[in-house]
Design a protein around this ligand. Sequence first.
Ligand code: NAD
Length: 369
Amino acid sequence: MSDKKNILILAGDGIGPEAMAQVNRVIDWFNANGKTSFEITEGLVGGASYDAHGEPLTEDTLNAAKAADAVLLGAVGGPKWDDLPFDKKPERGLLGLRKELGLFANLRPAVVFDALAEASTLKIEVVSGLDIMIVRELTGGIYFGEPRGIEELPNGERKGVNTLTYTTSEIERIARVAFDLAMKRGKRLCSVDKANVLECTILWRETVEAVHADYPQVELSHMYVDNASMQLVRNPKQFDVIVTTNMFGDIISDTAAMLTGSLGMLPSASLGAPLADGRIPGMYEPVHGSAPDIAGQNIANPLATLLSFSMMLRYSFDDMDGADLLDTAITRVLEMGLRTGDIMQDGKTLVSTSEMGDAVLEELEGLAG
Ligand code: NAD
């Protein structure tokens, strides 16, 4: 990559900064070895931003996020900020970023590294080699639909209401993200809905079918969400890319995540619609939280944050070689038997956060040399 790209790094709270420190080292390595030309801007979000500015997300940070080519976020939250009013809570910073950047597509890969296949609660043969991608619609559906609320009925009962809505354009844009991903992967897409019961997802199914016309090389299938959740546990390797609504995606992406058995290994990406200048807003973050119970001890697993950077290379910068290089370095470190506490197994070598970073850098050197 020749032209300079700007990455905004928001390390956040808890283990965010210590995990992100390892990513900073890796980015320095990529830049120093001429593989990338990244300019890093750093900012505060969540509790760290509240402590400094009284807000979990400032206008300055938001503007920096909008100006950046991609955003890498650590984690937010912790007991220190639990009693703050709702709009000051660290998590509002994260939700504000997602909303303001219009991040409607949430990409959650579930990959089982062979060296960690034993960590899954499922049988090794069911999960070994697993590599699936769940694409969840993030800004529509029942979590946002109107009317909503709890009302009093004339007979004295109370009634809770939420509304599932999707327009064709909302479905089309998420379907395109999923078809594009399928084209870069195994060319198989499964759309998950509940079209036997919910009219809104009949429209979902019809619209996904219509978009399929533009992607004839992708094999499209449809599955009801109850069956999909069963199949994810029974035979997850049948899937390549799954696309689904906000609520169904919320639920099945956690199921898929747990097939891997290790929270400290799970990255994610959230993408928006292309801007007038052609940039696609993208924010990358590990699935785990700020892990206040282990923060500041240099024992957290930095690999989910490193894998989030790898996703950034792949999906924001089309740098497949860089992403493959980093993924291979991480795979080798695991094969060598190095483990942070959360993924520790008998007979393996326990390492700290920074030692894991050292090992990834050493492997990068070896692979590049
Ligand atoms: P958590 O993911 O922070 O931690 C759950 C458990 O997993 C803890 O025992 C923790 O030590 C362990 N863990 C998580 N990541 C790890 C890593 N990289 N290496 C080693 N161990 C790891 O979830 P939680 O405890 O429910 O939440 C803690 C705080 O994080 C809360 O304030 C919550 O709101 C916030 N949170 C933030 C995000 C985010 O920033 N995206 C996501 C989830 C939770």
